[in-house]
Design a binder for this molecule. Structure first.
Ligand code: PMP
Length: 353
């Protein structure tokens, strides 16, 4: 605590990102992609004219938004870009969720939402997952007065994804406030709600280049929604930082979007490895939640999550353990290369053998 901090800053509980270790570890803790970005990314970096760094980037990111619009078959005016989807989410909290009523959110979901809620003074109304560890759509929509609804699909850290039909049933029930669907992991097997934005002007879909495009270090995220919603985000962005996306990031993002083949191959590889990993974990006695993301959430009936986490760490393998009552016994394991997952399974055979 410091006397210099504004009172609200004293009340913050900042998000704690997963560890980025200095030593060489098998790193399965922050849902990064184990495969390199598209080859065109290297070429774009190589061809980048250093002299461009003298100039400010395009504040509207027109070229990148155009590429995303083409990818999603929407208009550029329906696309917003930011410095990682974390920033896009933060701007969305400011733009849409400050109506003086609670924001409906699953009790288990991306743990940055409560942090933004605290930062922007948004009250959360948390709804437990159902018995299958799925986002409970009926509970989320049970009340009539709210500032909005937010959840991740696939959800984090469970990996469960609802179908478009279920998302649409939510949208028919919540029409007066923004419904934000965070699709950070959608490319690993779920259906994108971008297909619904033309019919639901209150639907905002966010996404990221960090996972399926292997560009977590670049910091590039986006939102797709009605022009009305994108304008709301632009108003907040232009009251905060005119240039959240630098010229290098724009160029690299565009190069990544161009390579559909690389994108498909990487995500298919991750999906195949995920299913193989799930089977092998189950053979070791783990309960593994079905996942449509690039991670699985797993627990063992005979060993505590913290104990397995520590055993893996000793063997140079880093996974994610959440110290909360509901998730305490689970481990969230990012899907790495086949070799990395072999190392994981070998270590678990010793720890849980
Ligand atoms: N949403 C979810 C559900 C996530 O897990 C993450 C990654 N931690 C993000 C958004 C943010 O990703 P980024 O800022 O890298 O785009």
């Amino acid at each position: 605590m410091s006397q210099y901090w504004s009172p609200a800053v004293r009340e913050l509980t900042p998000y704690v990102p997963g560890e980025q270790p200095r030593e060489q570890l098998v790193k399965l803790n922050t849902n990064e992609n184990p495969y390199p970005p598209a080859p065109g990314v290297g070429e774009a970096l190589h061809d980048y004219a250093i002299d461009h760094l003298r100039l400010y980037p395009d504040p509207t990111s027109a070229a990148l938004r155009g590429s995303l619009a083409e990818t999603f078959q929407v208009a550029s005016s329906q696309v917003f870009v930011g410095n990682g989807s974390d920033e896009v989410l933060a701007l969305a909290f400011q733009a849409f969720f400050r109506h003086g009523a609670p924001l409906d959110v699953p009790s288990i979901t991306y743990s940055f939402y409560p942090v933004y809620a605290n930062l922007y003074g948004v009250e959360l109304r948390k709804h437990p997952l159902n018995k299958q560890w799925e986002v409970d759509i009926d509970a989320l929509t049970a009340e009539t007065s709210r500032s909005g609804v937010i959840f991740a699909n696939p959800n984090a850290p469970t990996g469960h994804a609802h179908s478009l039909e279920v998302i649409e049933s939510l949208l028919t029930r919540v029409t007066d406030r923004v419904v934000l669907v965070d699709e950070a992991y959608v490319d690993f097997g779920a259906e994108s709600a971008v297909a619904l934005i033309d019919r639901y002007p209150n639907l905002l879909v966010t996404g990221t280049f960090s996972k399926s495009r292997s560009l977590a270090g670049l910091r590039l995220g986006y939102a797709v929604g009605s022009e009305e919603l994108i304008d709301g985000l632009l108003r907040v962005k232009d009251s905060f930082n005119s240039y959240p996306v630098d010229s290098l990031a724009s160029l690299v993002g565009i190069a990544a979007l161009k390579d559909a083949e690389h994108f498909e191959a990487c995500r298919e590889h991750v999906i195949t490895t995920r299913e193989r990993t799930r089977q092998r974990l189950e053979a070791l006695g783990f309960e593994v939640l079905p996942s449509k993301a690039n991670f699985v959430l797993a627990q063992h009936p005979d060993y505590e999550g913290a104990q397995i986490f520590a055993g893996l760490r000793e063997r140079g393998i880093l996974v994610r353990h959440f110290n909360t009552p509901e998730l305490n016994n689970f481990l969230r394991i990012t899907i790495g290369t086949d070799d990395e997952m072999d190392s994981l399974i070998e270590a678990l055979e010793v720890i849980c053998g």
